[in-house]
Design a protein around this ligand. Structure first.
Ligand SMILES: [Zn+2]
Length: 538
């Protein structure tokens, strides 16, 4: 995701909720949960490949944030009775990720989300019906289960398998009791009708800021956030362990435009009400819900195709930086270069959402990353497009596996610089290592199992350094085979860092565990025998 380098986060401000929901509002109590602002990520040494974009630190733009709701997403500790596999026939309120005990839910899986929403930009008023299809996974069936939905969206009706269900909103948990018990293994078909004034979720982006539904200065809105973003606008099993396809039919006032993930569909759309327009976007490959997005604004588009004809559609905000249009035009060529490293592009479409807002980060939303001011540059485009393989196609099992996304997307920037600009990566590695070698804080945060809230602390700077060391340890032939074979092996699936470690050992026919642990799991400088693989010590 993000390649943010801004300074300590500005405290989140709780903006009073305007009650503009079409079917009632829930007051939001309390103040924004800010937690402790983390130190700014350490910038990597400036280099021509730009391992980190070099824009200046900037505070969060309150204008972009719109309504902030307190985080209802605890980042550590246990929530009694809500995590784990569930109790009998009651689905757990968490999917079992120790970093985020109430993220996702237990007892079922979702295979597809299909939203039918209407949005009034002038009032930030969203009304929607979400249709979820999936199956019951609980061994004993389900008499009750949860979805994740932020409390500033008010549910009006729920059906399960076409029968009205009872429901209760408890903070960000939508607790659903079907009219009759759901047998184990049975298909699941849920509809949720809801309305409200969507906003951003405080702390929704793991100590890098908030995430969710952002307003734009031009009056529109877009969605970005990791790990929390999806529940800011639809009911969801909000954890990457449950991936699903995504589709949205959006009705907005005429003059506004809508872009989302995947491919636009024009056939069979319902006739919109007078003065409104309806568009539909579909993503037919399963992805984690934080990769689902929408952008509603008065934007222009840049259209193109990949070399095999797949569509490339980018949206350029009215207040996007001047570079945005050129970056959109370069997107197919960047994908071509990355395909040389990682294999065939895994998504049915491509493009980008180039906003004029400042969230402090960009996000690899599927097929169409969200870019924000300060990170609208070629380096970030390379990074977010690399995520289409590493993060979007291959999905983390747990948030503690985030290096599988960020270490690789960050190293893709190095690879791109080497391939396109002839950068000397060994020289860059040595230069950076000279700066980091005696900094214990750099080494103390591991790249795996880093602890809740620390997911993004080191993956952008230590991640590529560790991967380049691994490359020198196993050699170019093995390394480039692995980074291409990994998406081929785990594309469309979840994977853990343990899986990657085993994969490296398998592909090289050697036990590299001690080396990998020293670089990726260690909390000190790697031991001397691992520190300078290949010629890196010369
Ligand atoms: Zn990233």
């Amino acid at each position: 995701m993000p390649t943010s380098r801004r300074g300590p986060l500005a405290a989140l401000a709780l903006v009073a909720l305007g009650c503009v929901a079409l079917s009632g509002c829930s007051p939001v109590a309390g103040t924004a949960s800010t937690g402790s602002a983390p130190p700014a990520p350490v910038s990597t040494s400036a280099s021509a490949t730009g391992s980190a974009p070099s824009s200046s630190a900037a505070p969060a733009s309150s204008a972009a944030q719109g309504i902030t709701v307190p985080s209802t997403f605890p980042t550590s500790g246990s929530v009694p009775g809500t995590s784990g596999p569930g109790d009998g026939t009651v689905g757990a309120a968490g999917i079992g990720d120790p970093y985020y005990p109430t993220a996702g839910n237990g007892g079922y899986q979702i295979d597809g989300y299909d939203l039918n929403l209407q949005y009034q930009p002038d009032r930030n008023a969203l009304t929607s019906t979400a249709t979820l299809t999936g199956s019951v996974t609980a061994d004993q069936g389900l008499t009750r289960f949860d979805l994740d939905l932020q409390p500033n969206l008010t549910v009006g009706a729920v059906t399960v398998d076409d029968a009205p269900a009872t429901f209760d909103q408890q903070d960000a948990e939508l607790v659903i009791t079907p009219a009759s018990a759901l047998p184990a293994g049975s298909p699941l078909h849920v509809t949720v009708s809801y309305a409200g004034s969507p906003g951003v979720v405080g702390g929704g982006t793991a100590n890098l800021g908030d995430g969710g539904w952002y307003r734009t200065d031009s009056g529109g809105a877009f969605v970005a956030g990791e790990p929390t973003g999806a529940s800011a606008w639809f009911p969801v099993n909000e954890h990457p362990a449950d991936t699903a396809t995504f589709a949205v039919t959006a009705t907005v006032p005429q003059g506004w435009q809508v872009i989302s993930n995947g491919v636009q569909k024009t056939d069979g759309l319902p006739a919109p009400p007078a003065g409104m327009t309806t568009v539909r976007w579909e993503l037919d490959v399963p992805v984690a819900s934080y990769l689902d997005t929408i952008y509603i604004d008065r934007f222009t588009t840049v259209d193109g195709t990949l070399s095999d004809g797949r569509p490339v559609v980018s949206a350029i905000a009215p207040d996007a930086p001047d570079a945005a249009t050129d970056l959109a035009r370069q997107t197919p060529a960047v994908i071509d270069v990355l395909s040389g490293f990682f294999g065939p592009y895994p998504m049915p479409a491509a493009g980008g959402i180039f906003t004029g807002s400042d969230t402090g980060y960009a996000l690899e939303t599927a097929t169409r990353p969200v870019y924000t001011t300060g990170v609208e540059d070629l380096t970030t485009v390379v990074h977010e497009l690399a995520h289409q393989w590493y993060g979007d196609d291959v999905t983390v099992q747990r948030w503690s596996d985030i290096c599988l996304n960020e270490c690789f997307a960050s190293y893709a920037q190095w690879l791109y610089g080497e391939k396109v600009n002839g950068e000397d990566l060994d020289a860059m590695w040595k230069q950076q290592m000279r700066g980091y070698l005696n900094k214990s804080a750099f080494w103390s945060s591991p790249l795996v199992d880093m602890g809740a809230g620390n997911e993004f602390t080191r993956v952008y700077d230590k991640g590529p350094i560790a991967l380049h060391a691994l490359r020198r340890q196993i050699g170019d032939d093995a390394f480039f085979k692995i980074i291409k074979d990994w998406p081929a092996r785990y594309g469309g699936k979840n994977a853990s860092f343990d899986d990657f470690e085993a994969f490296v050992n398998q592909e090289t026919g050697k036990d590299n565990t001690a080396f990998i642990d020293a670089w990726f799991r260690g909390t000190t400088v790697p031991a001397a025998q691992y520190l300078y693989p290949g010629d890196l010590g010369s």
